[in-house]
Design a protein around this ligand. Structure first.
Ligand SMILES: [Zn+2]
Length: 300
């Protein structure tokens, strides 16, 4: 057992979180929220998605938000990009880092992006080619790596192969998403054992959802395996689109509290993070979906 000394937290609340909240938050509030996150010590804040507002009206203000935030030195502000049009808008808005996404599940790919996994990889390769020429860094998400709402079980081999292909294309990090939160520690271990045969551990991140209350224990298992990058969402922003009322992203506050308890550095100020989580929760008119936030701050 050897835990990392330092863990990089990738904050996904402004994008993954708000995209899965039914309420539409004004751009001004989002900018204020991201600026608050920027001073917590978080190294990466995924700001928005350059996807058609037809699909995700919650993030229709992508350009306004990206241009409006104060960019702090040493903080990365990636934006999700689904295709070349998205990349072009992102570039026009000054984005320096993007995230692309696909999935090992054929059914999820068809329902989510209206194309097969192979077609989706082709689409990504086109985006990546242009991004590389523009010296834009590229992160990749693989969704539903431990289970799919339509297909059920997912073969870890397929996750490994896609991860390897994305790394070869030029993505600098592959984030493994348990989008429906069905993972448990033995499944995490098996997935990482197989995927790390294709993608060295240092290029892997974990993106766990708390749908079944397993996110923290799964993160612990991933850390035990040597994973050093964790995606999380302050106040647990973002529900689960496949189970109404269920939890979505693991709360960043809960992850930081656990890491602090394990003596693992993140550089994140928990107090400031809690404040940012309470600010956005107030805007959504509900309590933070974070046990640590509620325990230390009470209801909003
Ligand atoms: Zn997520």
């Amino acid at each position: 057992m050897s835990f990392p000394h330092h863990v990089k937290i990738v904050e996904v609340s402004p994008r993954d979180g708000l995209q899965n909240e039914s309420q539409i938050i004004p751009a001004k509030v989002k900018i204020d929220f991201i600026n608050q996150l920027s001073v917590t010590g978080l190294p990466v804040i995924e700001t928005t998605s350059f996807v058609s507002p037809k699909w995700i009206p919650q993030l229709a203000d992508n350009s306004e938000v990206f241009k409006g935030i104060e960019k702090i030195a040493n903080v990365s502000y990636p934006a999700l990009v689904p295709n070349i049009q998205g990349l072009e808008s992102a570039i026009a808005s000054g984005v320096k880092e993007i995230a692309v996404f696909t999935t090992p599940s054929e059914q999820f790919s068809l329902k989510n992006t209206n194309c097969s996994v192979t077609e989706s990889m082709h689409r990504i390769s086109e985006v990546v080619e242009i991004a590389k020429k523009k010296r834009i860094r590229i992160r990749a998400y693989l969704s539903c790596v431990l289970g799919c709402p339509y297909e059920g079980k997912i073969a870890p081999e397929k996750v490994g192969e896609l991860g390897e292909a994305l790394l070869r294309m030029g993505c600098y990090e592959i984030s493994l998403g348990d989008t429906i939160g069905v993972g448990t520690p033995p499944k995490i271990k098996r997935l990482l054992e197989i995927v790390s045969r294709h993608v060295p551990l240092k290029y892997l991140a974990v993106h766990f959802h708390d749908t079944f209350g397993q996110a923290l224990v799964n993160i612990y298992s991933a850390l035990e395996f040597g994973i050093g990058v964790i995606d999380a969402s302050v106040a647990g922003l973002g529900g689960c689109p496949y189970a109404k009322g269920a939890s979505g992203n693991v709360a960043t506050e809960d992850v930081i509290y656990m890491l602090q308890g394990m003596g693992i550095e993140t550089g994140v100020d928990l107090k400031k993070l809690i404040e940012a989580g309470r600010f956005i929760s107030k805007q959504l008119g509900r309590n933070p979906n974070s046990k640590v936030n509620l325990a230390l701050g009470g209801p909003v």
